[in-house]
Design a binder for this molecule. Structure first.
Ligand code: PLP
Length: 402
């Protein structure tokens, strides 16, 4: 992989970078697509006596960094306009890898009321109890609340926008301004928006995390996560969280994700368009109690989302039914296109019912409290999606309109 290849591709458009970033024809064989290097270690030089066994730059051992991992990292860094990227085994490995490297005992973290469940558990239970990290859970859609939560030892503000699962929108630029005035760093979990819609570095954040499992891989068949930021900080993440804690991505998964990434911009546009179409239809239905989707003008964060999301509003929406708990379960049994499963970002649409006893329900807006669906809209035909929901509603005697 020549540096000049990436220097040229870096000046090209997002779509071209998603295909060519970090990878070129194999100079040894001429193969136009990269091979999968499953080897867990690499032949050492003639005299290895002065080697740094924890280094990630040279091929030593795949936990220090693999060939397929490197190609994936260069591509994701390019898509985000980031100086550097570390790809780990999952989105959660990336989140904990970043937090582990940036935080120490006695530090204070402000994190959003609406985050991925593992982020919530890390900051609400695990790290506070085990390692003495102080945390405040704050509604980061309200900049005044963020301001009021700042303490002398606050080191990091972490949030998602849109947030999982309420889709709430945080003002990235305003949070960054407030944080940097107070010498605090900002990390954003950008999984729901993806770099196609939002590049948080354009708004000044310090770090971005992506679950590569979702839109970037896009086919529901592998797991990975990325941490992005300045090279010196990513070197620290590599040394501390990758080489010495583990959590390394498998070469096969890295290869699958760089392969899936080639169609990511095309797929993401369809996710955006389909989700808006379905959200608009759902909003008209008498049996639907609410629809949370940033693309709807009725949604609280809509204007801000328009500013922060370039091509659309992502593929995830949440909605409620006017009915009791088991109605949600019964409706799902009639669906033919949607699959009842967690995750998002796959070609196929997924739906999951989150009941009243979800441990974080108290943190969500009132309309979510009786239970709701989180829907990951796929890239099927948009009318097939609407018709599938429609016939499932009708099968349960619910009122629908066109
Ligand atoms: C899925 C998800 C994660 C975790 O990613 P994994 O690859 O499943 O570990 C983190 N953040 C958000 C917003 C997610 O949707």
């Amino acid at each position: 992989m020549s540096n000049s290849h990436d220097e040229v591709v870096k000046k090209m458009s997002f779509q071209t970078q998603a295909i060519h970033g970090g990878v070129e024809a194999d100079p040894a064989t001429g193969a136009i697509e990269p091979s999968i290097y499953m080897a867990n270690s690499f032949a050492l030089p003639y005299d290895p006596s002065s080697m740094n066994w924890s280094a990630s730059e040279d091929n030593i051992y795949t936990r220090n960094g693999g060939v397929n991992q490197g190609a994936l990292e260069r591509r994701i860094a390019m898509l985000h306009g980031a100086e550097d990227c570390v790809a780990l085994a999952s989105g959660v490995a990336a989140l904990s890898g970043l937090f582990f490297s940036r935080l120490k005992k006695g530090d204070h973290v402000i994190f959003s009321t609406v985050t991925y469940v593992a982020t919530y558990r890390i900051f609400n239970e695990l790290w506070t109890e085990k390692w003495g990290i102080e945390t405040s859970i704050v509604d980061c859609t309200d900049i005044e609340k963020v301001k009021a939560a700042i303490k002398p030892n606050t080191k990091l503000i972490h949030f998602e926008t849109p947030g999982n699962p309420t889709l709430c929108i945080c003002d990235i630029e305003a949070i960054v301004k407030l944080a940097h005035e107070n010498n605090i760093q900002v990390s954003v979990d950008n999984t729901f928006s993806s770099p196609y819609n939002t590049k948080p570095f354009e708004f000044g954040v310090d770090y971005v995390v992506e679950s590569l499992t979702k839109y970037i891989n896009g086919h529901g068949d592998s797991m990975g996560g990325a941490i992005l930021g300045p090279k010196a900080d990513m070197d620290k993440v590599r040394y501390e969280s990758q080489v010495n804690i583990g959590g390394v991505i498998s070469p096969f998964n890295a290869w699958l994700i760089q392969r899936g990434c080639q169609t990511f911009p095309l797929r993401m546009q369809v996710h955006n368009d389909n989700a808006l179409y379905v959200a608009k239809w759902l909003e008209k239905q008498p049996c639907v109690s609410f629809v949370a989707y940033p693309g709807l003008p009725s949604f609280k964060g809509h204007e801000l989302a328009k500013k922060q999301m370039k091509h659309g509003f992502g593929g995830v929406l949440s909605f409620g039914l006017k009915g009791e708990h088991d109605l949600y379960n019964r409706v799902v049994t009639h669906l033919n296109v949607f699959t009842s499963a967690v995750s998002l970002g796959n070609a196929g649409s997924l739906i999951v019912f989150l009941g009243e006893d979800d441990e974080r329900m108290y943190l969500y807006p009132e309309e979510f409290h009786n239970g709701f669906y989180r829907v990951a809209i796929g890239i099927e035909d948009k009318d097939d999606l609407v018709n599938d929901l429609k016939q499932a509603f009708v099968a349960e005697g619910l009122e629908v309109v066109d």
